[in-house]
Every structure is written in structure tokens, then in C-alpha cells.
Ligand binder design. Structure first.
Ligand SMILES: [Zn+2]
Ligand SMILES: [Zn+2]
Length: 207
């Protein structure tokens, strides 16, 4: 094996070993700053254009016109993968159809009647309602919106959204904030789903 291959193998091993997400972010930032080809590659992977968002998977004529010639500037306008404020999953904004997101619009609260807590003594075992217990003992909690246990599938469904607690909306089209220089915080991205957009973020609720 040539030393080039060996180096590549070692680098791949080192990449596999990165467990600190901040180190990975810094590395990618430095790479994209220092190399135009890396920047182009990352842009293609991680960003999307206005028309790709509107037309989902079908490429518009405008878009097609940009693609063939290599150095033509692609009009990237949005970060493609974003975190949904409702289900807390990452989603692809070019593939976000009605029904792909489910969430609870209520609060998660302790169910004192649940079998989980029959022999629970708070003096001996500590408080019932903790973040850890919400995850470990979902049957010991219920959603105020549907009275279902903590791990029940969301009782609301719609499209993913980055908007937290947005009131019901009637707009049909997407609405975006302008893309700004990205400094680590997720870009704000609005889309209207004609429904109540409320987060079911268990962790956020608790803190
Ligand atoms: Zn619910
Ligand atoms: Zn979602």
C-alpha cells in the first residue's frame, strides 16, 4: 500500500473517531474557507435553491439552465437540512409534504395514577418528573392534548416546520427570511401549513 493510501486510511480512521461535533464543525468550516472545490461540494450537498424548494423534486427550467455549465453560479438560497421545531427531527426542505411530521400540541405532564409510580417514594427515589424519567418511563407521563402516554405518536400531523409556536396560518406559499451570513445558529425558515404549529419538544418544555 502506498503511503498516500495509508494516509487516506488513517485520515478516514481519524474522521470515524471524531466524537466532538464542534471539532467536526470547525473542520468543515476551515475546509470550506480554504478550498473552493470543497465549498462548491458542500454547497451542493447542504444548500438548496428557491426553485428546488417550490418545485420539490421536479427541476424547473430555470434551475436546469444553471446546472450544465460547471462554473455558472447556482442561486443557492436556503440551508437544505433543518431541524423541525415540532418533531425535533432533521428534515429536507425540498421534500416536506403534508403528513410527514407528527407532534403533540399539548404539554407532557406527570401521571400520578400511572402504574409506573405505584411504589415510588420521592424521599427515597428522588423526584418523579425529570428529563431522564420522561425518556425512561414514558408510561408515567401523559400528553395534555390527547391523554396518551409520553411515547405515543403525535396527535397532530402536517409538514415539518422550523417555526416554534407559530399561530395558525392561512398562507399557501412558503415564506422565507433572507439568507444571512451563517454564524452557527440555524437560519430562520418559515413555511405555512395551515395548522397550529406548536412544538412537542419534551426537553424544551421541561426547562
Ligand atoms: Zn397529543
Ligand atoms: Zn417535524
Amino acid at each position: 500500500m502506498s503511503s498516500k493510501d495509508e494516509t487516506l486510511e488513517l485520515v478516514e480512521k481519524a474522521i470515524d473517531n471524531i466524537s466532538n461535533i464542534h471539532r467536526a464543525h470547525n473542520l468543515l468550516r476551515r475546509l470550506s474557507r480554504n478550498s473552493e472545490s470543497v465549498r462548491d461540494f458542500l454547497a451542493e450537498e447542504l444548500l438548496t435553491t428557491e426553485s428546488e424548494v417550490y418545485s420539490s423534486n421536479s427541476e424547473s427550467e430555470d434551475e436546469a439552465a444553471y446546472r450544465p455549465s460547471k462554473r455558472r453560479r447556482i442561486p443557492y438560497a436556503h440551508v437544505r437540512y433543518q431541524k423541525c421545531a415540532q418533531c425535533l427531527e432533521e428534515f429536507d426542505i425540498t421534500d416536506n409534504t403534508t403528513g410527514c411530521c407528527t407532534w403533540h400540541e399539548g404539554e407532557l405532564e406527570l401521571d400520578y395514577e400511572a402504574d409506573t409510580w405505584i411504589d415510588w417514594d420521592e424521599y427515597a427515589h428522588g423526584p418523579r418528573d425529570t428529563l431522564q424519567h420522561r425518556e425512561e418511563y414514558p408510561d408515567g407521563f401523559t400528553w395534555t392534548c390527547c391523554d396518551e402516554p409520553g411515547d405515543a405518536e403525535g396527535c397532530e400531523s402536517g409538514r415539518h416546520s422550523t417555526v416554534h409556536g407559530e399561530p395558525p396560518q392561512k398562507r399557501k406559499r412558503y415564506e422565507y427570511e433572507e439568507l444571512r451570513e451563517h454564524t452557527g445558529t440555524p437560519l430562520s425558515f418559515h413555511h405555512s401549513c395551515n395548522m397550529t404549529l406548536v412544538s412537542a419538544n419534551v426537553l424544551d418544555r421541561h426547562t
